[in-house]
Design a protein around this ligand. Structure first.
Ligand code: FPP
Length: 245
């Protein structure tokens, strides 16, 4: 049973296994991505219904640009057809993108920018699409901004702290995810939210992304709720803190 009082406010997901899902059915890989979009819709709706505040989906990594051009094109076309503003408006979802937009084709950029603009006042779930994203890219980008402020004389090097780095990340508007889910059986982070996941609970499942459904989501949340989040403290300290609350 899920305890609705202790839901994570931010869930991040590495949606892996689309290609293998398709290949296991004798289909081309792009069919797996198509089926993956249905899972995106399912999980976004359910997170929205549950009252989760942020859902961040690893949709296309910096490294994914090295895939065959036809697969890259298929994913980009899917994005354009799936980011449907009406659905976001109906569900009060705010859509944001994090990642290196410079590398995106103009029509993809326009599509995400329009979607971000038109949903910006929505107050329900914030759906963050990590697109042309890698954590090392994001951290490097933050370093450039910080260096520029030091160069301009608006920031002293001795004043740089963890908050300075966090505020200069492109994803500065979202809280750190409490729960990171990876589907598809691999157990690695793959250059995703490395700064933000410092204390996230990691949950790995063999389920391929197109098969990930509401039940699989509840299992992940339930597992998370059984974890003891110590943030470097001892178990006894954590229990004492909880009793004081
Ligand atoms: C990883 O599976 C998945 C991707 C690289 C693409 C994910 C994209 C979508 C589901 C479309 C998203 C659309 C919206 C609207 C957010 P893989 O291809 O690496 O699978 P494999 O490990 O089995 O090869």
């Amino acid at each position: 049973m899920i305890d609705n009082q202790r839901l994570p406010q931010h869930i991040a997901i590495i949606m892996d296994g689309n290609g293998r899902w398709a290949q296991a059915r004798g289909m081309v890989r792009s069919k797996g991505h198509q089926a993956g979009v249905e899972a995106v819709d399912r999980i976004t709706s359910e997170c929205s219904r549950m009252g989760i505040r942020f859902l961040t989906l690893y949709t296309f990594s910096t490294e994914n640009w090295n895939r065959p051009p036809e697969e890259v094109n298929a994913i980009m076309q899917l994005l354009i057809t799936s980011l449907v503003e009406e659905t976001f408006m109906k569900n009060n979802v705010r859509m944001r993108v994090i990642g290196d937009r410079e590398r995106l084709a103009p029509e993809v950029r326009k599509c995400i920018e329009d979607c971000e603009d038109h949903t910006s006042a929505n107050t329900g779930l914030t759906l963050v699409i990590a697109l042309s994203y890698s954590s090392r890219w994001e951290i490097t980008d933050a370093m450039k901004r910080i260096a520029q402020k030091v160069k301009d004389g608006t920031l002293e090097p001795e004043d740089i702290n963890e908050q300075t780095v966090a505020e200069n990340l492109e994803s500065h508007f979202m809280p750190d995810p409490e729960l990171l889910i990876r589907t598809g059986g691999e157990q690695r982070i793959s250059n995703y939210l490395l700064w933000q996941c410092a204390y996230s609970e990691l949950y790995f499942t063999d389920i391929f992304w197109p098969d990930f459904d509401e039940k699989a989501l509840y299992n992940a949340i339930e597992d998370y709720q059984h974890r003891e989040r110590r943030f470097g403290k001892t178990s006894a300290q954590v229990k004492a803190d909880t009793e004081r609350k």
